[in-house]
Each structure stands twice: as structure tokens, then as C-alpha cells.
Design a protein around this ligand. Structure first.
Ligand code: ADP
Length: 382
């Protein structure tokens, strides 16, 4: 059933009276012509303190002048924002946020009043403000953390560089002394002491090199001097360098059946394989065989280093390539280290578009595998 035309004003009156939304009608001078009960309830004012008064009565006193100016401006320029937010003051003095939808009311084609429908959004606003505050604090904490990391990395790079220079001199002098004094029949205890100084210095040099690399990686400053590499030649050289230093271990090299060419930085890749072989030695305190094997698998070169050492607990395997991670069995066996080498190795291999993984049977053996993409010989970018 359609309502009769004569019923329309009655319907609008009912909406006006019973709406949960606050509604107010103000004329072109800003004087409130009418306000519904929800509006009076929202702002806490009795009708006589609103109707016939300027609509800015609901604003905090210090904002009224600006609100009046803006209202006059809206009528002058006919630029009514259909939706806006404002902070208003309840009769009891408390501050609220409201959101209003406003529209002009026309008479003879000319705007003569504004009808505003208003909702209290104080809770929503409080949530928004709390969220913005939380976001700002999070961003601040993030910036602080980044700053701390950059201070740490700068410190690491300066300290490791400075200390390394001094250590090289110390280590060189200790080795010189060792050679000269040995010739003059150094007492065994003194020779042992001197040997300890040399070993400690070389351990510290390696540790500083690792720290320096770590800081380079963290700052994204590790750069590769890329060239074409015959992986067999590279590994033969590494094995030939390490083999003579071993007394308890046998290093076995299995060459690939064909030439395998990759593109990369030979110095950085040597660092990776040195690290894997030195680890195989270090974590096989009772000696044994260490097998280095190079083979082709589809479009990749697979380099495997297998030892017969203490192995890696299954629970440690997922964390092995994390910074500073060391498996529990290393301290049980008193094997020293910093937990940086494998992290650096992983980053170097990744920068060659390769992959590194570990497998082990604890107490029996560990296997580290590096996969590097092959290229056709002669196609490397110089
Ligand atoms: P580091 O040897 O200085 O502790 P790495 O990053 O090279 O640091 O190695 C991380 C950890 O991985 C070692 O502390 C050790 O627990 C484990 N690990 C690495 N290589 C071997 C291996 N060949 N056998 C057993 N554990 C190994």
C-alpha cells in the first residue's frame, strides 16, 4: 500500500523524532532551526540551549570562530563537503568525535539551510588513534633497531678491519721468531708456547675475517668478482692446499667425469669450500676420511663434502645456517667456533644462485652439499 501524499510530512516527522541518528537543520547564518531528540541526547543540551542558537554551541569554545568562518565560506562558495569529521564538546564538557553527512536544503533554487545527520565516532576514533600511535611507536622501534644494527655493523667492520691489521703483524712476527729461534734449538716447552701464540693468532684472524664478512653481508656490501670457473680446477687447488696440513685425516678428492663450468667469484667460492672442509676436519676430532666429490646433476654442479666425525643432531639441522648457531654436541666435545662460517657460506652460495644443505647421522658422519648452476663454457659475462 502506497502512503497518501498527505501522510508524507507525518512520515518525515516520525523519522525525525525517532531516528537513532542525530539530525540538525541550520540556516544560512548557522542558526539552528530544528534539532531532533537524538541530536539533543548526543550533545547533552536541552532544546532551548540549541534551537535558535548558533550551531557552534556544540563546539569547544576555541574552535567556534573557525567553524563559523568555514560555515559562511560553504554558503559563499557552495562547496559543501558531503561528509566530514569534527570534535565536539558535550554539555558535561567531555570531548567527542562525530561524523556528519551534510546536504543543502534549497528554496527557489537557492540553498537556505544545511541538514546534518551526525553519528558519534568517538570509540572508532579512539581505536584509530591508538592504532596510529601503535604504528608510530612500532616504526620508531624499527628505526631504532635498524640504527642499532647499522651501528653494530659499522663497529664490526671497523673493529675487525683494525684488529686484523694488528693481528697480521703479530702473527707474522711470531712466525718469524719461531723460525729464527727453532734454528737455535728452542727448548720444547718454549717452542710449544710460541706455537700456541701462532695458532691463537691465526684462529683470531679467521674469526675476525668471519666477523668482517658478516658485517659486509648485513650491509649488503658483499661484492662478487664474477668469472668463468672450471669447478674441478678450483677444488683441486683447494684440496692441494689443505691436504699437506692434515696429520690425522685423509682427504680424498673425486673429480667430475666431465668439465663443469660455473660463473662466480673464485675467491668467495674457495672460502665456502675451505670452510666446509675445515669444518669436516674440525668436527672429526678422531681423524678419518674426508671425501670431496664433484659431479653433475642435470644443469647443476653438485659438490659434496662428507666426513666421519661427530655428526649433527637432527634437531640442529634446521638451524645450522643461522647466524651464530652452534649445535650442542660441539661444546660437549670442546670444539671451538663462532657459528658464523656456515651463515656466510649460505649467503655466498645464494649470491651465486646456488643452494647449500646438510645431512647427518649423529655420531657417524656429516654431508654438506653445494649446488651451483652450470653455464655453457664461454658464455660467462665478464
Ligand atoms: P663454527 O664451526 O665456527 O661453529 P659454522 O657456521 O662453520 O661455525 O658451523 C655452525 C655449526 O654447524 C657448528 O658449530 C657445528 O655445530 C655444525 N657443523 C658444521 N660443520 C659440521 C660438521 N662437518 N660436522 C658436525 N657439525 C658441523
Amino acid at each position: 500500500m502506497q502512503p497518501a501524499r498527505s501522510q508524507v510530512p507525518q512520515i518525515f516527522r516520525a523519522i525525525w523524532e525517532h531516528s537513532a541518528d542525530a539530525m540538525v537543520l541550520s540556516d544560512d547564518a548557522g542558526t539552528v532551526v530544528s534539532a531532533n531528540p537524538a541530536y539533543l541526547a548526543l550533545h547533552g543540551f536541552p532544546a532551548e540551549e540549541v534551537i535558535g542558537k548558533h550551531f557552534t554551541v556544540i563546539y569547544p569554545p576555541e574552535r567556534r570562530a573557525t567553524a563559523q568562518q568555514r560555515y559562511a565560506e560553504i554558503f559563499r562558495t557552495l562547496s559543501l563537503q558531503p561528509r566530514f569529521e569534527a570534535q565536539v564538546q558535550h554539555k558535561d564538557g567531555s570531548l567527542h568525535y562525530v561524523e556528519s553527512n551534510a546536504t543543502f536544503i534549497y528554496e527557489h533554487g537557492r540553498p537556505v539551510a544545511i541538514l546534518s545527520i551526525t553519528r558519534d565516532i568517538t570509540e572508532k576514533k579512539a581505536l584509530e588513534l591508538a592504532y596510529a600511535d601503535m604504528l608510530a611507536r612500532e616504526q620508531h622501534a624499527l628505526a631504532e633497531a635498524k640504527r642499532a644494527v647499522s651501528v653494530r655493523d659499522n663497529f664490526l667492520s671497523i673493529a675487525s678491519h683494525e684488529l686484523r691489521g694488528q693481528l697480521t703483524i703479530l702473527s707474522g712476527n711470531a712466525q718469524l721468531l719461531h723460525r729464527r729461534l727453532s734454528a737455535r734449538d728452542l727448548a720444547p716447552a718454549e717452542a710449544q708456547l710460541l706455537k700456541m701464540v701462532i695458532d691463537q693468532a691465526s684462529y683470531l684472524t679467521e674469526a675476525l675475517d668471519e666477523l668482517f664478512d658478516l658485517s659486509l653481508i648485513e650491509q649488503g656490501r658483499i661484492s662478487l668478482n664474477r668469472m668463468e670457473i672450471d669447478i674441478d680446477i678450483l677444488l683441486r687447488q683447494i684440496v692441494a692446499r689443505i691436504s699437506p696440513t692434515l696429520t690425522q685425516h685423509t682427504l680424498i678428492y673425486e673429480a667430475p667425469k666431465e668439465t663443469l663450468t660455473i660463473e662466480g667469484d673464485p675467491m668467495r667460492l674457495e672460502q665456502v669450500f675451505q670452510n666446509l672442509i675445515q669444518n669436516a676436519v674440525k668436527y672429526s676430532p678422531h681423524g678419518g676420511r674426508i671425501l670431496v666429490c664433484v659431479e653433475r646433476q642435470e644443469q647443476r654442479a653438485l659438490i659434496t663434502v662428507v666426513d666421519e666425525g661427530i655428526g649433527i643432531p637432527a634437531s640442529a639441522l634446521p638451524h645450522l645456517f643461522n647466524q651464530f648457531f652452534r649445535a650442542a654436541n660441539t661444546s660437549q666435545q670442546n670444539i671451538r667456533g663462532s657459528g658464523i662460517g656456515l651463515y656466510v657460506a649460505k649467503e655466498i652460495v645464494a649470491s651465486h644462485n646456488g643452494f647449500i644443505r646438510a645431512a647427518s647421522v649423529e655420531g657417524q658422519s656429516s654431508t654438506f652439499t653445494v649446488e651451483l648452476p652450470l653455464i655453457a663454457s664461454g658464455s660467462a659475462v665478464e
